[in-house]
Design a protein around this ligand. Structure first.
Ligand code: SF4
Length: 485
């Protein structure tokens, strides 16, 4: 007698389909960009998106196969897709396993530069008032070494930190000693304008494995206009310092950052050429931030996000041209976003993580012992706004700082996964939260994203990168090489 399969084996296959979470955005009259739970993108027409949403698909359809491969639909009872998405999500969020890896020591607020865009409200006088004391430094080290991260980075900032170099030396030696005793790894960075760099500093950096990070805003005329100092020689000193540091410490032991002022907007080619001339292997095209002297001197309001995005696009396309002509050179922010888009590697970079990196990514110890959730939070406090001041090293320990109300409140508001606008945004998986920026510009840590320049910038950069990946195969190959690098 012939055997028949049970009746349910003949049920409509589509009846057992279900949707997986995804976000989408219209990109044209008949086209949508769709992103799955971990941010893999697929482009669908209006009709295709409607068919996916209505589950008008059947296994074996071309559209079903695409939607299944993109993790937009699954079969009920099939766990493998959900498990795969969960694994990938866990890997992408694994930056949370290293809690507070970065500790910023503001060893002095004094500076011999007087940059109008300065974000930290530097001071020029009164050594005793604006330098960190040894006692405050060692209390700060107690907090830093109590953080759970198995490896920490101590970054020295100012003002100009080399104005208090003797304290840097004491902190480095004490931290290395604690590192040996505790087994917790420690790395060091000095963020300096390099004007005071000398052989003693270089030798100390070399023998203690200290990295240098500096500012280079472009060719001499632009850099010196942006970064005035007595003698008008900031650029010459920075370039000389970069050269000496590359020679003594190694070419990969010194990096530079630029800040975009109004005067930079039509100079991006010159700025990139200057980085190449100095021998640097990439550039981080950065906008101004709304803090410190940048607000007082009204620098921050001199250009809007549209002008900055035009500057960024011209710069990125110029960098791709340089690569096509045979010289490897990267734009570092694009490289971070590409790593988010094309790999599942965790990214700790503050603008590209949710929950936000304030406190749980970095703590800032100000010269007077106050502790802040981020460098920008400290900059706000210099202007009288203590919203992100978590406590003081004289009264607090790591636990009381990290569990303080201002930090817990701000972090709980920072989750893009559930924030209005972000939770349905097609770029959510690759974006992040910046509660300090939104507090500073909108008076609200969560922020109203349609009015946010941070959001407009993120969307603009990601749209540009996706456009290049989609439409320019030669440039796409270059961009793919930057992912995870
Ligand atoms: S900040 Fe803007 S771009 Fe980023 S996830 Fe939110 S809505 Fe999207």
């Amino acid at each position: 007698m012939a055997k028949f399969l049970p009746p349910e084996a003949f049920a409509d296959a589509a009846a057992s389909l279900s949707l997986l979470p995804f976000n989408f955005e219209r990109t044209g009259p008949d086209s949508y960009l769709v992103a799955n739970l971990v941010g893999d993108f697929v482009r669908l027409t209006d009709d295709e998106l409607n068919r996916v949403v209505d589950l008008k698909l059947r296994p074996g359809d071309e559209l079903y196969e695409r939607a299944y491969a993109a993790h937009l639909v699954t079969n009920e009872g099939q766990r493998s897709q959900r498990q795969l998405l969960a694994l990938r999500l866990r890997s992408r969020m694994s930056f949370l396993r290293q809690v507070t890896p970065l500790h910023i020591f503001v060893v002095t607020l004094r500076c011999e530069h007087s940059c109008p865009y300065c974000q930290v409200s530097r001071q020029s006088t009164d050594r005793s008032r604006f330098d960190m004391s040894e006692e405050t430094a060692f209390r700060s080290l107690n907090v830093a070494f109590a953080s759970p991260s198995s490896r920490i980075k101590i970054e020295f900032q100012g003002g100009e930190p080399l104005l208090n170099f003797p304290l840097i030396q004491k902190i480095v030696l004490a931290a290395k000693d604690r590192s040996e005793r505790s087994g917790k790894g420690v790395d060091f960075v000095i963020a300096s304008n390099l004007a005071l760099l000398n052989d003693e500093v270089l030798e100390f950096c070399r023998s203690n494995g200290i990295l240098l990070s500096t500012s280079l805003d472009g060719p001499a005329d632009l850099h010196n206009q942006n970064r005035p100092r007595p003698g008008g020689n900031s650029h010459a000193l920075a370039v000389k310092g970069i050269g000496r540091a590359r020679e003594i410490l190694g070419s990969d032991r010194v990096g530079a950052l630029m800040t975009t002022t109004e005067a930079s907007l039509d100079r991006v080619d010159d700025i990139i050429d200057e980085y190449l001339r100095v021998g640097l292997d990439g550039i981080f095209l950065r906008p101004l931030s709304p803090f410190g002297f940048a607000i007082k001197t009204k620098q921050y309001h001199r250009y809007d996000v549209a002008k900055w995005l035009a500057f960024y696009e011209r710069g990125l396309r110029r960098i791709l041209e340089i690569n096509r002509n045979g010289t490897p050179f990267r734009e570092f922010y694009a490289a971070l976003i590409l790593t988010r888009m094309l790999t599942d590697q965790p990214i700790g970079y503050v603008d590209l993580r949710s929950p936000s990196g304030i406190g749980i990514g970095a703590l800032v110890y100000n010269y007077d012992g106050s502790v802040f959730a981020s460098d920008e939070g400290r900059m706000l406090a210099e202007a009288g706004d203590n919203a992100f001041r978590l406590g003081h090293v004289d009264q607090d320990d790591y636990r009381s700082l990290i569990l303080s109300d201002p930090l817990v409140d701000a972090i709980s508001q920072s989750l893009t996964q559930c924030a209005p606008e972000c939770s349905t945004c097609v770029f959510e998986s690759h974006c992040g939260a910046d509660p300090v920026y939104h507090h500073a510009t909108q008076g609200d840590a969560l922020g109203i994203k349609p009015l946010s320049a941070f959001c407009a910038r993120q969307k603009g950069i990601m749209t540009l990168i996706l456009d290049i990946l989609h439409n320019s195969p030669e440039d796409a190959a270059i961009l793919r090489r930057w992912a995870g690098s």
